[in-house]
Design a binder for this molecule. Sequence first.
Ligand SMILES: *Cc1c(COP(=O)(O)O)cnc(C)c1O
Length: 225
Amino acid sequence: MIKELDTLKERISNAAEESGRSPEAIRLVAVGKTQPVERIREAITSGAEIIGENYIQEAREKFDQLVQMDVQWHFIGHLQRNKAKYAVRMFDLIHTVDSFRLARELDRQARNVNKIQPILVQVNISGEQTKSGVGEMQAVELIESVLGMENLRLEGLMTMPPFFDAPEKARPFFVALRQLRDRLVRELKIELKELSMGMTGDFEVAIEEGATLVRIGTALFGARQ
Ligand SMILES: *Cc1c(COP(=O)(O)O)cnc(C)c1O
């Protein structure tokens, strides 16, 4: 695991340097979905600083067993409103806020536990029906609502491009997310420092286009069952 993690960190650094960015500007989210708790523990002791999880129930089991460990937890899966309470308890950053109703419920749950919950808005840049995320046109409206919610703190945007065999094909979607971010920053006069984009197959391209959080499972843990 140390070897995989070192290799990955080096690839991240190289991609950053080749595009004139500082490697410190990019954080690795080690995606632990379907991996047993012992593999997650191993990743943390090998130096992973952020664990990403997709499913609340699975995350709760891991979180309870690893709660003593010095690591951040990020939620990257589709979040149902009735699980918002658990998400707020566990996660340092929720990447996948994609509706007003979900945002409002997270805000309410965060207020209950006196927390300011950092979030990202997930944007469906490709417009594919099967992908979750708010449409580009609706993003402004959702973000304006979120800015009015006292217990949420919007830190940036997240996207999942369609699955392609070649990473270059994902590039236009990463560019589009960055351009949307730049436009929102200009028009709403807000700060949006995080761009969560890039996975095992395409993270180098995502870094070239401005990713600050790359979500990587397979390159670290191997193929999922
Ligand atoms: C599973 C998953 C990842 C990691 O995918 P890999 O290809 O294994 O790196 C990243 N982001 C999300 C939202 C995921 O569900």
